[in-house]
Design a protein around this ligand. Sequence first.
Ligand SMILES: Cc1cc2nc3c(=O)[nH]c(=O)nc-3n(C[C@H](O)[C@H](O)[C@H](O)COP(=O)(O)OP(=O)(O)OC[C@H]3O[C@@H](n4cnc5c(N)ncnc54)[C@H](O)[C@@H]3O)c2cc1C
Length: 331
Amino acid sequence: MAKRRAAVIGAGLAGAAAARALSDRGVEVVLFDKGLGPGGRMSTRRAETPLGLIHFDHGAQFLTATGEGFTRLLKDAEAQGAAGLWTARTVSIDRGGNAESLREKTRWVGVPGMSAIVKTALSGFDARFGVRARRVRGDAGAWTIHFEDGHVEGPFDRVVLTLPPEQLIEFLARSDGDFSDLIAEALNAKLSPCWAVMTVPGNPADLGFDGAKLLGGAVRWMARMNSRPGQDGPDAWVLHASPDWSEAFLESDPETVARALTEEAFIRFGLPMPEWCEAHRWRYALVTEAPGTPFALDPTGTLGCAGDWRLGPRAELAWDSGDALGDALAD
Ligand SMILES: Cc1cc2nc3c(=O)[nH]c(=O)nc-3n(C[C@H](O)[C@H](O)[C@H](O)COP(=O)(O)OP(=O)(O)OC[C@H]3O[C@@H](n4cnc5c(N)ncnc54)[C@H](O)[C@@H]3O)c2cc1C
């Protein structure tokens, strides 16, 4: 009997989990992603700065694992040198500048950056990048994927969609099939935006912490990249704006955002003004409302959607969602 084939749209954590679950059950998998490499919101920016090459984790900051499957993934990645523990000085700082240590927990990061974990999970898979899927056509067992550049892939027996909800809705609305239930659920999911600024201060400064959760002001979180395993380069920081600030300045230009956030970090904490900096907008960053079930299938049971947006704002939940969908589609 010919091997069944599956297309996975999205090579972030949920796509990787689905691909592995399908492949473990004998299904041949091809992944497609519009980005230039694996990771999605766990991607890493490799930046050539005047002070050298720096790996910035501008999306997910650290991972916590509670379940067996995700813990195994992180331990396997660690064994391959692609993950490690971030044993950092982490604090929360209130509006008045009072700092308190954050609760001790095991914080995992990718080495040399977050994307290494997804890359390791996908090693050996046929993953194609720089291709934006536009719609799916056909029917159960014979789906074709149509891409923005006009090319078509397929047929596929199974399809996994891990696009964020807003993009998923547009994708399904353009597609053949009865996707009304999938669309209705996606309409009820919400993700808040996040502006991220990557900065290399003009001179290094020890602020007394490596990661800080901040109350009040525009900056909600800041982390020192060179405190992470495998990153011993120059002083480099990622600043994340709060969801409210990010929403209010969503359409601002990146230079204005970079200036505003680095100035605040300078005024509040004395982080020296940048020698180099860049802003990145995550239009869909953290889940604020989720359907609460790991995946949903179309009426034929051969196409489904997964992602953190089904369960909540943590990378492990994206993994659990993709893993559960992969298992369901492999039956
Ligand atoms: C700023 C920020 C901070 C975060 N901090 C943390 C943290 O500290 N800890 C934590 O656990 N989690 C954190 N998260 C959340 C975590 O990153 C996500 O939960 C997880 O990465 C989501 O994985 P996913 O596979 O569901 O989605 P994604 O990673 O978004 O993957 C979806 C993929 O689909 C691709 N795609 C979309 N549309 C198309 C298309 N039309 N065609 C082809 N490909 C397409 C995208 O390029 C992307 O690669 C953070 C996220 C952000 C943005």
